[in-house]
Design a protein around this ligand. Structure first.
Ligand code: FE2
Length: 366
């Protein structure tokens, strides 16, 4: 049996954030990013200690959860990390088997397999710990037809629901881990999850002139789930990963990359709704076509929006990064449109990291 066979993943099921105010966070992601109401769980549905709002856009599902009292592990998580990603939930055929396979291979259990039932059917759920306090839940929903999960009720609001911005699905989720911890987590994704390392960037790729890091991209067998793992590297300036670890108070999810089929339309829309993006100097665009060759898009709108371009053997990609979406310089989003390329924009690291470094400098964290 090859190492990729034991944990078939159907894709990302949802991303759950622990936040200080779930009602307002859900509103922000609806209004600014174009998600729609999906489901709600809280005191009105029989959940006494927390409230959760699930929102959806195409194949993207985000859940925002907040504690209702301070003596609650969700409150402890927020006290320590600020708002951040708690759960990267993965869709599986068999959540019981996924839990047995991964815990037998060394994963620490977070949630033993449990069956949740309501009038719409059955969901089996299990979970394991990954880096920091982040967890993976395995979700088996093939026998379920409800809005989201048992315990949730459909969330319907009669007032304005902002339209989609064209965001489609999770392309990849990046974890920041501590000094010299990258290979430990690479081994975890290889040995426990059956992923393989598809790309590596060392501190030569990610120049030490700039806030340095090392990164390895882990992918599951079908390529539906990709988790790059970053660790800080010594550079002339403080690593951007180190800044994250300081403010998140530990390891965690650095960015979630969201795919679109039309990045110019999506980013124009996101900007008009108040999403803030990193600025790239105009000089980037003077030489970019020499590096990446011909592309389908006009350069002018890409330059105007600050969208970056990179090419690999299989095609090219367009990408852009938001500023941190919270006051702590921790979580941000990437918007990505792949036109054949399966890589992650290595050719943009210098321009990107200079932009990140300027922001770090403004925060006094270099
Ligand atoms: Fe990324």
């Amino acid at each position: 049996m090859s190492t990729t066979d034991f944990l078939p993943l159907l894709g990302t099921d949802y991303v759950e954030f622990y936040v200080g105010n779930a009602k307002q966070a859900a509103h922000f992601y609806k209004t600014a990013f174009g998600f729609q109401n999906l489901a709600y769980a809280g005191p009105e549905t029989g959940v006494k200690d927390k409230a959760s709002y699930a929102i959806r856009q195409n194949k993207l599902t985000f859940v925002f959860t907040t504690p209702l009292r301070s003596d609650n592990p969700v409150a402890d998580h927020i006290y320590k990390h600020g708002d951040g990603v708690k759960v990267l939930a993965l869709m599986v055929q068999d959540a019981t088997d996924a839990w047995h396979q991964t815990t037998q291979r060394g994963a620490v259990s977070y949630l033993e397999p449990q069956t949740l039932t309501d009038e719409h059917g059955t969901v089996v759920m299990s979970g394991i710990h990954t880096y920091g306090e982040t967890v993976h839940l395995f979700i088996e929903r093939k026998n379920y037809s409800g809005a989201f999960l048992p315990g949730f009720k459909p969330w319907v609001t009669p007032y304005y629901n902002p339209p989609s911005t064209g965001l489609q699905y999770v392309d990849h989720c990046v974890g920041n881990v501590g000094w010299n911890q990258m290979n430990k987590w690479v081994d975890f994704y290889e040995n426990v999850m059956g992923f393989r390392n598809i790309l590596s960037f060392d501190d030569n790729d990610i120049s030490t002139e700039y806030s340095a890091l090392m990164s390895k991209v882990m992918s599951n067998g079908n390529g539906f789930v990709k988790f790059p793992i970053n660790e800080p590297a010594e550079g002339k300036k403080k690593s951007q990963v180190e800044e994250y670890l300081d403010f998140y108070n530990g390891e965690g999810v650095q960015h979630v990359a969201l795919a679109t089929h039309n990045i110019i339309e999506t980013v124009t829309d996101l900007r008009s709704r108040g999403v803030e993006f990193l600025k790239i100097p105009g000089s980037y665009y003077e030489e970019v076509l020499d590096r990446v060759g011909e592309i389908d898009e006009d350069l002018a709108p890409l330059r105007e929006l600050g969208i970056l371009i990179d090419r690999d053997e299989e095609g090219y990609l367009l990408q852009i990064f938001t500023k941190p979406v919270e006051d702590r310089p921790t979580l941000f989003f990437e918007i990505i449109q792949r036109k054949g390329a399966k890589s992650f924009g290595k050719g943009n690291f210098k321009a990107l990291f200079e932009a990140i470094e300027r922001e770090q400098g403004l925060r006094g964290n270099l």
